[in-house]
Design a protein. Structure first.
Length: 210
């Protein structure tokens, strides 16, 4: 019985690995081409596999899409956290920039079609929204750690507002920056602002009135 159980576990492990490999390949396709206009047959052709093989990922096309999008953001989160861990000994202000730049790096491979399809498909849009919210909370925590001379609540609030605007596509619409470039610009802005320190009282007193 033990040998039978071991064989079953081995088969399950192999099946899980094959499924994970399929998802990784689908991530590459989605990032390059988007997913809204791709049928299961077209996805199978792109991966040179059968449709039945793809249905091992999930039971329907819509579920395949959500599974792959979730996997992309899960992979991105793991890589971003690894980059942050690698900067553990850096200046706390630089760690904020390292985190945002790591997000930028993960999003850089995504095509405009991918972001457009994320926005158009509600379940995928919700995955992106949820990950953005988690990233906002992470940034606020990092800002608090680096709060010497700056207001962490204000900086965290500003970062959160911009990150939410990036997610909603507002930054892209107003500036032409894609999500990756917008995160890189936000990183530079926050690090520069935190490095400059608080605004002196004299500067506030002499600021022009509206």
């Amino acid at each position: 019985m033990t040998s039978v159980d071991e064989r079953l576990r081995t088969r399950a492990t192999r099946a899980s690995r094959r499924r994970e490999a399929l998802i990784e390949r689908l991530i590459d396709v989605f990032l390059d081409r988007g997913f809204a206009d791709l049928s299961v047959a077209e996805l199978a052709a792109a991966l040179r596999c059968s449709k039945s093989t793809l249905y091992r990922v999930a039971a329907s096309r819509e579920q395949i899409v959500v599974t792959v999008v979730r996997a992309f953001f899960r992979r991105a989160t793991e890589r971003v956290e690894a980059a942050l861990e690698a900067s553990a000994d850096a200046d706390p202000r630089e760690r904020v920039g390292a985190y945002l730049n790591a997000i930028s790096g993960e999003l850089a491979a995504a095509s405009p079609a991918f972001f457009a399809d994320l926005d158009a498909f509600a379940p995928a849009r919700e995955v992106y929204r949820r990950n953005t919210r988690l990233a906002v909370d992470r940034v606020r925590g990092l800002v608090r750690e680096a709060s010497d001379g700056v207001d962490p609540v204000f900086v965290g609030a500003v970062a959160g507002q911009v990150m939410e605007s990036i997610h909603r596509g507002e930054i892209r619409a107003r500036t032409g920056l894609d999500d990756s470039a917008a995160y890189a610009a936000l990183a530079s802005l926050i690090v520069a602002g935190m490095s400059a320190g608080p605004v002196p009282d004299t500067a506030r007193d002499t600021a022009p009135s509206a």
